[in-house]
Design a protein around this ligand. Structure first.
Ligand code: GAL
Length: 693
């Protein structure tokens, strides 16, 4: 019997991820065409004109001109308006919108409109709905109510994408495809019958045989052996702990299943508009764990990210820096787009705090400082109805006689003045290794301590670097580490042999490499590397640990350098390394807590506990001194510093004063926003971008 589902809409047979860091020539051309079409820094937001009558849409164009808007994402949730009934299309309103935007010189990232299936489709095919681990079917009336492995949904989504692509392929406003929206948002794992089938097929491709899967999953344990792939389920409710490798593979599968859905839509787009780049908006932040964005980044033509502050976080500007650095990391250092952030409050936190005057501009320029060449918002005009009506926007409910509107206009002018920085790259000699698989695997249950959280030490080191004005790049464990003088490896619990060798090579080639506790413990299948921890890095570090000693909650351990540690300690033996500091309390008195091993032209340090702030700073200062890494210029505390460098040798210093008083920055040059010579001071809460020299 022939399948009614066209080939392109079935989950593909193999994982076709191109290798990390390799862009094809065609991809390079598509990406270049985007930045050529947007010659200045892009500025704009999500535009949902279907929520407004025609006269408001016309006013929008005038206001966009006033604000300096030059780019919009259009039609993200428009499916029900574009296809009100199956096969009946209404493009008249979108034609008008596209034409008016083109006439105003505004470029469009046109959405595939697939992020919210219309009611008629769900009514006809409820089997497209996503199913949660406990079997709950997640229904319509909201958004993102589909499974990426549903063959029927894939067919409808592919058709909608093709119809849109055919209609707008030659439209002068179209510069980018915005595929679906925040894939993986709200629902990150899928447990329906088609998901289970896709999971089994994915496992079969990964392992080739059930014997190989049994070996990788360690199913000799608890009689978990499988006779064939059909016996395998998605990990769901069970009497007690589940097989950890099954859970890790399910996390890998879910990220892949969403990529596969993205790729399927892009295949349609490529057939119709081979030269128009495509992307989707990522949710890279210190909170998004469910998607492997290093893997995702290989599939998009340009990395686009959405970032929202958690208003109750008193150090939210540092979290922003972390997320922006991580976004640049997944983008491989290339310019990226901030596709969404907010002008002020959001609507989805328990208490949705307003941004302080000037905070929106600081946020926006901090993203530019860390590599963004587009600053866009959710959304252009604040909705009148619906669950996001209290979410801020560029045009607030109060209209243009408002602080938000004035700040939106000012930001447009500032971004206009910053157009010379477009295309320049952020300078960094420090790498922080980041791996989603290690994040997933390190936080599975049945581990030595529930207090080991993947991000905590990474964020502590990033924060300490931020406060010193030092920019770090986040890099995948297998990334090229040439050019980094300092490499920090925190909680890299699982690592494959190649990545472990890559990190070791950085040290032998001259870098200072720091590796923390609970790194290099297992391989990519979550199987322990035997013979003494940390198996993957034992030789590099010149140590061997015989037993972990996790600490009781809230308890600390003392070190002989005057600092304390929390969460973790362990019984380290020296095997070539020297002890830099040791534990002092029973039963680890005299056992090394921080070690250093000279290796090749560089060194490999080990950290066997989570140091208190002073201990962490002292350790970081030693590492910075050894690697000769420093801030780009001297500045008062409270000033965020980064530097972007152009291919033409131009150098742009970003200095953001987060303090309540004027700050000194020892830099010379031309300040781009004011258009004047930089005088050496920045007012409280202000930003200077100095073309140095
Ligand atoms: C994003 C989403 C937008 C909007 C925004 C609100 O997750 O892509 O459509 O909902 O959040 O903050």
């Amino acid at each position: 019997m022939t399948s009614p589902i066209p080939e392109t809409s079935r989950p593909r047979a193999t994982n076709t991820s191109p290798p990390l860091d390799t862009d094809t020539a065609a991809k390079k051309l598509r990406t270049a065409s985007l930045w050529e079409a947007l010659p200045a820094l892009a500025y704009g937001g999500d535009y949902n004109p279907e929520q407004w009558p025609v006269e408001v849409r016309l006013e929008d164009i005038e206001l966009m001109r006033q604000a300096g808007v030059n780019a919009l994402s259009v039609g993200i949730f428009s499916w029900a308006w574009l296809e009100p009934a199956e096969g009946q299309y209404d493009f008249a309103w979108l034609d008008d919108v596209m034409d008016n935007l083109a006439a105003a010189g505004i470029k469009v990232a046109l959405a595939t409109a697939t992020a919210a299936p219309p009611a008629w489709l769900v009514h006809k095919h409820p089997e497209i709905l996503p199913v949660a681990a406990d079997g709950t079917v997640l229904g319509p009336g909201s958004r993102r109510h589909y499974s990426p492995s549903s063959a029927i949904f894939r067919r409808y989504a592919a058709t909608m994408t093709r119809v849109l692509a055919e209609r707008y392929k030659d439209h002068p406003a179209l510069v980018l495809w915005h595929v679906d929206n925040e894939l993986g948002c709200h629902v990150g794992e899928f447990h329906g019958p088609e998901d289970t089938a896709a999971f089994r097929a994915w496992l079969e491709r990964r392992y080739g045989s059930i014997a190989a899967l049994n070996e990788a999953w360690g199913t000799a344990f608890w009689s978990q052996r499988y006779g064939n792939f059909a016996e395998i389920r998605t990990p769901g409710p069970a009497p007690t702990t589940l097989n950890p490798t099954q859970q890790l593979d399910f996390a890998r599968f879910n990220s892949w299943a969403l990529i596969d859905f993205y790729d399927m839509l892009v295949e349609v787009i490529r057939e119709v508009t081979p030269e128009i780049p495509a992307t989707t908006n990522f949710m890279v932040s210190s909170a998004t764990k469910s998607l492997d964005y290093f893997d995702w980044a290989r599939h998009v033509d340009v990395v686009a990210n959405d970032h929202y502050l958690v208003a109750s976080d008193t150090e939210r500007h540092i979290e922003l820096a972390f997320s922006a650095d991580l976004t640049r990391g997944v983008a491989g250092g290339k310019p990226w787009m901030l596709m969404e952030h907010s002008t002020s409050a959001v609507n989805w936190q328990p208490r949705n705090m307003t941004k302080a005057p000037g905070e929106m501009q600081r946020n926006s320029l901090a993203h530019v400082a860390r590599g963004a060449d587009a600053i866009m918002f959710f959304q252009w005009r604040q909705s009148k109805a619906g669950s996001e009506k209290f979410h801020s926007a560029m045009v607030p409910h109060g209209g243009t006689n408002t602080r938000i509107w004035n700040e939106v206009v000012d930001l447009g002018a500032a971004l206009g003045a910053l157009s010379p920085v477009q295309g320049s790259r952020v300078e960094s000699r420090t790498a922080i290794v980041f791996d989603y698989e290690a994040w997933w695997a390190s936080e599975l249950d049945s581990h030595p301590s529930t207090d080991v959280k993947y991000l905590e030490l990474l964020r502590a080191f990033h924060r300490a670097l931020f406060l010193r004005g030092i920019t770090a790049d986040f890099v995948h464990p297998s990334a090229n580490l040439d050019g980094y003088d300092l490499v920090l490896v925190c909680t890299l619990y699982c690592v494959n042999d190649d990545a472990a060798a890559n990190i070791a090579a950085a040290a032998t080639c001259g870098a200072t490499v720091l590796i923390s506790y609970f790194s290099g413990i297992v391989d990519e299948n979550d199987a322990v590397r035997l013979g003494g921890y940390p198996g993957a890095f034992r030789e590099l570090l010149g140590i061997s640990t015989e037993e972990f000693h996790p600490l009781p909650e809230h308890e600390t351990v003392e070190l002989d350098n005057g600092s304390t540690g929390r969460i973790w300690s362990e019984h380290v033996h020296l095997a070539g390394a020297e002890a830099v500091a040791s534990f002092t309390g029973y039963p680890l008195t005299g056992v090394p807590a921080i070690t250093r091993h000279a290796t090749g032209k560089g060194s490999a340090w080990y950290l066997a506990t989570f140091p208190d702030p002073a201990g962490l700073e002292g350790l970081l200062d030693s590492l910075l001194a050894e690697s000769a890494v420093a801030a780009p210029v001297q500045a008062d505390s409270g000033v965020e510093l980064t530097r972007r460098q152009g291919a033409d040798g131009a150098s742009y210093l970003f200095a953001i004063n987060h303090a309540d008083s004027e700050a000194n920055v020892q830099a010379k040059g031309h300040e781009l926003i004011s258009g004047k010579a930089f005088e050496g001071t920045i007012p409280a809460g202000s930003v200077a971008v100095i073309a140095e020299g």
